[in-house]
Design a protein around this ligand. Structure first.
Ligand code: PLP
Length: 399
């Protein structure tokens, strides 16, 4: 018998249910819909012209080689596959790859990298606040809150004008305190597709460095926007200007290995010695969470990037994915001037100016599934679905 009267109300059995993620609920609804004309643009994975999420040919080949050559499953250590990180270094950092003030380690996807990065910030500066443009990827806030950091929100996107609210970002940065964190999407903004222009990157970089803020770049879609180098240009500009920078990277999308979970976290400080110390903290923090990152996808990516031919083939496959996304954007945009803005955006996602009621109407009347916010996955539809998608959207937009 327990002594405390409230003890039995504190048991696991008395936990309140968690409100389920509405996107996950949407995936279930779409799955259950048997209408053959169904268009599921709620889900956040790349799909090819026939609506399939393929395993890249280079990944299949790397897995074949891995299966043949791998002769042990012994622990690798907290940094994961060190060669994987070495090879990724040039792809992400470009001209900064040789800077010994920057170090990276393998993580379980971009989520793992963000978790580690924010915990490192909390350890270094518990009072740091995180400036976060909204709407943003729905997992940012829980990860930041989980690290115990305060958030300051500002609008990233003007739904009416269909553009980045740069004035709001600049205003938030100007009123931040030294040491505050600026979370930025490196490219292919999720959920809006509205990225900063090169001039806006230059301006926000200048403001961040002037005010002594810490930029944290979340780059989960490198190669899906304008190309590997162009998509990392914002991050690289920050590395030019700032002594301290964090970057959370994911290979889950650009290698199509979503469920296998591979990404990396990168840290730049003012000196190689301080970066080494930061890495020791990251290893300590990651040990508490996952001890060591899962190996399989990192090994596959490493095999691809370590082989000249496979690496070239990966770039070609990535280009095919990017081209599909951009050509779908152009097709949807050409349906009507009201949708023209979609061609100027980048990455898999875009946001339609729809109310939740209009989104529901699309679902019920047209079997088109998207998030209540109007976010849709541009490449979630089959090639044959584009015209029907555009005309249904225009029908509900125009009433
Ligand atoms: C902006 C953004 N950051 C991070 C992630 C996390 O990626 P991963 O699946 O590699 O954890 C996602 C995934 O959707 C994302 O959209």
């Amino acid at each position: 018998m327990l002594d405390h009267p409230e003890a039995d109300t504190r048991s696991i059995a008395n936990l309140e249910p968690v409100k389920s993620d509405s996107l996950l609920a949407l995936i279930e609804l779409a799955r259950a819909d048997e209408r053959p004309e169904k268009i599921d643009v709620g889900v956040g994975v790349f799909r090819d012209a026939s609506g399939h999420t393929p395993i890249l040919r280079v990944v299949k080949e790397a897995e074949r080689r891995l299966l043949e050559a791998q002769d042990t499953k012994a622990y690798l250590g907290g940094r994961g596959d060190v060669r994987f990180t070495e090879l990724l270094r040039a792809i992400l950092l470009g001209e900064h790859a040789s800077d010994d003030r920057i170090a990276g380690l393998q993580t379980p996807g971009g989520c793992g990298a963000l978790t580690l990065g924010f915990r490192l910030i909390k350890a270094a500066n518990p009072d740091a606040r995180v400036l976060m443009g909204t709407p943003t990827w729905p997992n940012h806030a829980p990860i930041i809150a989980g690290a115990g950091l305060e958030m300051i929100e500002y609008p990233h996107y003007d739904r009416k004008e269909r553009r980045v609210c740069f004035e709001a970002l600049a205003g938030a940065v100007k009123s931040a305190r030294r040491g505050d964190v600026v979370l930025l999407h490196g490219c292919c903004h999720n959920p809006t597709g509205a990225d900063l222009t090169p001039d806006q990157w230059a301006e926000v970089t200048r403001l961040i460095s002037e005010r002594g803020l810490l930029p944290f770049v979340d780059i989960a879609y490198q190669g899906f926007g304008n190309g590997l180098d162009a998509d990392a240009a914002g991050l690289r500009g920050l590395l030019d200007a700032c002594d301290e920078v964090l970057a959370a990277q994911s290979c889950d999308k650009n290698f199509g290995v979503y469920r296998d979970r591979v990404g990396s976290l990168w840290v730049k400080t003012g000196s190689a010695a301080a970066t080494k110390t930061a890495m020791s903290h990251l290893l300590q923090i990651s040990r508490e969470f996952w001890s060591m990152p899962p190996d399989h996808a990192a090994a596959a990516v490493r095999i691809v990037l370590d082989d000249v031919q496979l690496s070239a083939d990966w770039r070609a496959e990535l280009e095919t994915m990017r081209e599909r996304i951009n050509s779908l954007r152009r097709r949807i945009a050409s349906a009507d001037p009201k949708l023209a803005y979609i061609a100027d955006q980048k990455g898999m996602f875009s946001m339609l100016p729809l109310t939740p009621e209009q989104v529901l109407h699309l679902r019920e009347r047209h079997a088109i599934y998207m998030a209540d916010s109007g976010r849709f996955n541009v490449c979630g539809m089959r090639d044959d679905d584009v015209d029907r998608f555009a005309s249904a959207v225009l029908e509900v937009m125009c009433g």
